[in-house]
Design a protein around this ligand. Structure first.
Ligand code: AMP
Ligand code: GLY
Length: 428
């Protein structure tokens, strides 16, 4: 089967690397891809939101399955676009319908969905231009920290946590009145601050059943010890020690199952990945956010732990036969360290030559923001390369990733030296 994978990050390189191992694969196309995905398939210069160009390449290349990496095309309705087109409607798209993608596309929708289905999450209220005064009142009558969330997609920058009233009021104003994220912040959710450790849980569903994938922990802050501004993610580890059978049973019964049944009950078509951004509040999982796709850099740690044929799994999801798939998980630990451009997550320079890639052994390199080829690879994003390793312990996996990270070089390169610090505390 020919497969088209949409996206261009480390998540997509990890998915492409795994798909390329499948005996069921004939040709793998990635649009637009990066220098890493070019090593596992054929990159095509088409944007993920250019549905007409995607249609053309699907038909020209006899693509039998489309896998959507990022959220944008899903929120923009690529699944529905395929279903509505006679020539495309039989080609399965892995990624939910526009209605399903609302779990990520609108915080207000996601919160109300959780409320309707009794899924544990922080208490919340939603405000807009008409009701901003009530939002300010709420801030004056509640205690910090204040959690403000732009309703729509804001490239991962839509959440602001404020430590005092005055900042919260001015941030609310900037989001709604000054339209910091345009239409995406026309509505803002203000929610209760939750204290706990976060983790990312993933399922794949065909709308009829679902399977649990390995969980992971992501390190979002730029600075060591979880300090400084948020990034797309500076590293990840899997498994997560506190996600023990007891905790995961709570996740299953209180969160995954009610979400799955809620979608079904509301007639929302969902074939694809659900990413549950969870927080462990004194042993009880609560939902921080839903995403309608896999996480990045979680995928770089999660995918290597899946022993199944990924293409077989995705074909089964496309054909609504996921219940026949039995997951086989690699018991080893994985650790991913993200190499980033100088200045990231603010302004950064692109086009730097990357050296040392051929020196790496015993780690996988999943490209996030690169262009060029094997001979000359250049940086082209804030997050540049994810270094992923296996280990019999988390420490061993981390050590390998760090040894190999140090062999790579580009001007301004940085990475966090403490990925997994909280997970390995007290372990060997
Ligand atoms: P999100 O973009 O929804 O993933 O939020 C970004 C980050 O903000 C999360 O990973 C959390 O660290 C933090 N956050 C979001 N909501 C809350 C909350 N209700 N309480 C505490 N922290 C939160
Ligand atoms: N790593 C968080 C995300 O993919 O949204």
């Amino acid at each position: 089967m020919n497969v088209l994978l949409l996206g261009s990050g480390g998540r997509e390189h990890a998915l492409a690397w795994k798909l390329a191992q499948s005996p069921l694969l004939t040709k793998l196309y990635i649009a637009p891809g990066n220098a890493g995905t070019a090593l596992t398939g054929t990159n095509l210069p088409v944007g993920v939101n250019d549905f007409a160009a995607i249609k053309k390449l699907v038909l020209e290349n006899q693509v039998g399955l489309v896998v959507v990496g990022p959220e944008d095309p899903l929120v923009n309705g690529i699944h529905d676009y395929f279903l509505a087109d006679k020539a495309l409607s039989k080609i399965p798209v892995i990624g939910p319908s526009k209605a399903g993608a609302m779990l990520e596309g609108s915080k207000d929708f996601a919160k109300k969905f959780m409320q309707r289905h009794d899924i544990p999450t922080a208490a919340f209220h939603t405000f807009s231009k008409e009701t901003i005064e009530e939002g300010i009142e709420l801030i004056h009558h509640t205690k910090p920290p204040y959690v403000l969330k732009a309703d729509g997609l804001a490239a991962g920058k839509g959440v602001v946590i404020c430590q005092d009233e005055a900042t919260a009021v001015s941030e609310l104003h900037a989001l709604i009145m000054e339209e910091r994220f345009g239409q995406a912040s026309a509505s803002v959710v203000i929610e209760q601050f939750l204290q706990g450790i976060e983790l990312s849980v993933f399922i794949l569903t065909d709308g009829i059943s679902w399977i649990l994938l390995p969980e992971a922990k992501d390190y979002k802050k730029i600075g060591e010890g979880d300090t400084g501004p948020n990034t797309g993610g500076m590293g990840s580890v899997s498994p997560v020690p506190f996600a023990d059978p007891d905790f995961m049973e709570k996740v299953r019964t209180r969160i995954i199952e009610p979400t799955f049944l809620g979608l079904k009950e509301e007639g929302i078509s969902y074939k694809g990945f659900v990413f549950f951004g969870l927080i462990n509040v004194e042993g009880n999982p609560m939902v921080i956010e839903y995403n309608c796709r896999m996480g990045d850099p979680e995928t770089e740690s999660v995918i290597p732990r899946i022993r199944n044929d990924l293409l077989e799994m995705l074909i089964a999801a496309g054909n609504e036969q996921l219940s026949s798939v039995k997951m086989e998980i690699d018991p080893r630990h994985t650790a991913t360290v993200m190499l980033v451009s100088g200045g990231y997550p603010d302004q950064y320079v692109k086009g730097k030559t990357i050296s040392g890639l051929e020196q790496v052994s015993d780690s996988y390199l999943f490209h996030s923001g690169t262009t060029g080829d094997r001979e000359k690879t250049l940086t082209s994003g804030g997050r540049v390369i994810a270094v992923t390793s296996y280990g019999n312990t988390m420490k061993e996996a981390l050590e390998k990733s760090y040894v190999n990270a140090a062999k790579i070089h580009f001007d301004g390169m940085g990475y966090r030296k403490d990925i997994g610090f909280d997970v390995i505390k007290g372990t060997d």
